[in-house]
Design a protein around this ligand. Structure first.
Ligand SMILES: Cc1cc2nc3c(=O)[nH]c(=O)nc-3n(C[C@H](O)[C@H](O)[C@H](O)COP(=O)(O)O)c2cc1C
Length: 391
């Protein structure tokens, strides 16, 4: 089975390669009546756009075009096709790398699987981070649908290399990270992350990052026993993002170092409802959401393509050689990765909300349309528009 689709009811299929003519997504399962415009999608795309000082200098406008599924500004219950053209494509740097696969990228894995003669070596082809523009486009639709149940997600960069945000991070912090060049979870860490990036860029190197995700307004009951647990689907969604090498829910790996007595949560009553006092396990028990905030972290590896020389094999001679990767690259994938993480989280949540019967799979009522419009406008006002991405 090919693996280009994700989700059971809200189902996305992405297509396109880094240096092909366009990247796109087909979203099936969206109910009729959802107000949807290209501006809605572009709004979300701006948060993963390349072109700032600390992201890939590839200058892509990333303007979405809706080709199907929307009529008179609303969805019609048919598959929605969204495309984003690739405009700033420079393939010449990859011509020279054709016979010398980059060791930490997907090059050799794709060559072994599909054959050298069928390999799209231009900018990582299908394995490129560029594919994720399609996920963020689909994420915009998912986020709008989540307005129906009052669910919101936000992601921010909690650590970059050795720089770690040590204080506790709120949903508002994560949302406000959109205003910062480095997407730091706390404003005061933005300058520290920038200093680190300046150093890394000067050295021709890259750096890894951990992205923190916070979901609020998460209804109880999302997740299906036993293989479609929400934590399993979130893990799959996150680990499908290129460059992601770790997923941790709640206390995650730290919990594995503790005694049960220390991590004993407590059921309490707050505002007449049952809650968990500490929420150690990130809002999920038995693979089902419990109505507490959703908390997880995603680890991104340091970008594989760096300007320092790297050792590989020349496929023509099978001799060891040294290469220098040119092209345009992100010094830290986590910065733009945060927008992709948010989008994939929204996609998982909306799919499960549909499976739980909390969001209609057929049609949205007029009253709900008003609630969505109101929620979306509020969301846009709270998200940072005039952010300082080029400074
Ligand atoms: C938004 C985004 C941007 C990325 N930019 C780059 C890049 O500039 N250079 C690079 O080598 N990898 C980049 N990556 C990561 C590669 O696509 C990824 O490492 C590669 O496909 C191999 O897959 P793996 O790391 O998951 O094994 C990016 C990933 C994302 C999500």
């Amino acid at each position: 089975m090919p693996g280009n689709s994700f989700g059971k009811i809200f189902r996305i299929t992405t297509f396109g390669e880094s240096h092909g003519s366009a990247i796109g997504v087909i979203i099936d399962g969206v109910p009729a009546g959802l107000p949807l415009s290209e501006e809605d999608i572009n709004f979300e795309l701006q948060f993963r756009k390349p072109g700032s000082l600390y992201t890939s200098p590839r200058k892509e406008e990333d303007i979405a075009k809706i080709l199907s599924g929307v009529f008179n500004g609303k969805t019609i219950g048919a598959p929605i096709t969204i495309v984003v053209e690739n405009r700033d494509v420079v393939s010449k740097h990859y011509e020279e790398l054709k016979f010398t696969p980059r060791p930490n990228h997907a090059d050799m894995a794709y060559i072994s699987k599909y054959g050298f003669e069928n390999w799209d070596y231009r900018g990582g082809g299908r394995a490129s981070g560029r594919e994720t523009v399609a996920r963020v486009a689909a994420g915009a639709v998912a986020k709008k649908l989540l307005m129906l149940i009052g669910t919101q997600v936000a992601a921010c960069v909690e650590s970059m290399g050795e720089e770690v945000v040590s204080n506790s991070i709120s949903f508002e912090d994560a949302l406000a990270s959109r205003c910062l060049t480095t997407r730091a979870c706390k404003k005061e860490y933005d300058s520290r992350f920038r200093a680190l990036l300046d150093h890394v860029i000067e050295e021709g190197d890259s750096v890894g990052a951990i992205v923190r995700v916070i979901g609020i307004g998460i209804p109880r009951g999302l997740g299906e026993p036993v293989f479609d647990k929400i934590k399993a689907d979130l893990a799959k969604a996150m680990l499908s993002i290129p460059g992601v090498i770790g997923f941790e829910i709640g206390l995650g790996f730290k919990a594995a170092l503790e005694r049960g007595s220390k991590l004993m949560d407590e059921l309490i009553v707050r505002n007449g409802e049952i809650h968990w006092k500490y929420n150690f396990y990130g809002g999920v028990l038995g693979g089902i959401t419990i109505g507490e905030p959703l908390l997880f972290r995603v680890a991104f590896k340091p970008t594989s393509s760096i300007r320092k020389p790297m050792k590989t094999i020349d496929l023509r001679t099978l001799k060891e050689v040294e290469i220098v990767v040119r092209g345009r690259h992100d010094p830290c994938i986590g910065i733009r990765g945060a927008a992709v993480v948010e989008a994939m989280t929204a996609i998982v949540l909306v799919d499960h909300a549909m499976r739980a019967g909390l969001i209609s799979t057929v049609r949205i009522s007029q009253r709900d349309v008003e609630a969505i419009n109101e929620g979306w406008e509020r969301y846009k006002r709270n998200a940072c528009l005039g952010r300082d991405i080029n400074s």
